[in-house]
Ligand binder design. Structure first.
Ligand SMILES: C[S@@+](CC[C@H](N)C(=O)[O-])C[C@H]1O[C@@H](n2cnc3c(N)ncnc32)[C@H](O)[C@@H]1O
Length: 189
C-alpha cells in the first residue's frame, strides 16, 4: 500500500524545503518497510529514527544500513504506537519532522497513539501522515476518518499535499505557506 517517500519527488522536495526553512535535523519515521525512506532521510538529516513492527522489515533495514555504512540511522523493532513515547522521551529537541506511515491493512493503524505521543512532546513539530486516501476508506477496519485526524490536529494548520496530510503549528504559517503551495494541488484539509 502506498509509495515510499524516496520515490515521490514532489514530497521529497517539500520535506527538504520545510526542513531547511525550520532548521530541522531530526527525522522520525513510523513503518520502515524495506527502509527506502529511512535511507533517503539519512542522507539529508543529522539523525534518523525508524520504527517497524515486522521483524523481517526491521532486519532488512538493519542489513541495508550496515551494508551502506550509514551511522546516523537508528532502526527500532516494535509497535510504533507503543515505542514512540519512549523514543521521544530520549530525543530532547525539536522541531522534528515526522513521517507517519505505519499500517499493514490488517490491523488498526497506530496513528492515534502516535499523534498523542507527538502532542505530549514539548516542541513544535511538523507531521507528515502518508497515504491520506486510506483514512476513512470503506473496508479498512479501525482507521480514523480524515475528519478525526483534522480534529486531533486542531491546534495545527493541516494541509493535504499529494497523498500526504501535512500538519504544522500556526506560528510557521508565514514561512511554510509558500513552500506548501508550491506543490500543485495542495489544499487545506
Ligand atoms: C506503507 S509501509 C511503510 C513504507 C515506508 N515508510 C517507506 O516509505 O518506504 C507500512 C509499514 O508499516 C509497518 N507497520 C504496520 N503496523 C505497524 C505498527 N503498529 N508499528 C510499526 N510498524 C508498523 C508494516 O509492517 C509496513 O512495513
Amino acid at each position: 500500500m502506498g509509495g515510499s517517500l524516496s520515490a515521490n519527488e514532489d514530497l521529497q522536495k517539500l520535506v527538504e524545503e520545510i526542513a531547511e526553512a525550520l532548521s530541522i535535523d531530526v527525522f522520525i519515521e513510523t513503518g520502515t518497510h524495506r527502509g527506502d525512506t529511512a535511507m533517503w532521510a539519512a542522507s539529508r538529516f543529522r539523525d534518523v529514527y525508524t520504527i517497524e513492527k515486522s521483524m523481517k522489515g526491521y532486519l532488512a533495514m538493519q542489513h541495508v544500513a550496515e551494508e551502506a555504512g550509514v551511522e546516523n540511522l537508528v532502526a527500532l523493532w516494535g509497535d510504533s504506537g507503543s515505542l514512540l513515547p519512549d523514543l521521544l522521551s530520549l530525543v530532547k529537541e525539536g522541531p522534528i519532522l515526522f513521517w507517519l506511515d505505519a499500517h499493514d491493512g490488517k490491523h488498526r493503524p497506530p496513528i492515534r497513539e502516535e499523534l498523542d505521543a507527538i502532542a505530549q512532546h514539548p516542541y513544535n513539530h511538523v507531521i507528515f501522515i502518508d497515504d491520506a486516501r486510506l483514512f476513512g476508506r470503506q473496508g479498512l477496519e479501525g482507521w480514523p476518518t480524515l475528519e478525526e485526524i483534522g480534529c486531533r490536529l486542531e491546534d495545527s494548520i493541516v494541509m493535504l499535499v499529494r497523498d500526504a496530510i501535512v500538519a504544522y503549528p500556526p506560528q510557521y504559517e508565514q514561512l511554510l505557506r509558500p513552500i506548501i503551495f508550491s506543490v500543485p494541488g495542495a489544499t487545506g484539509l
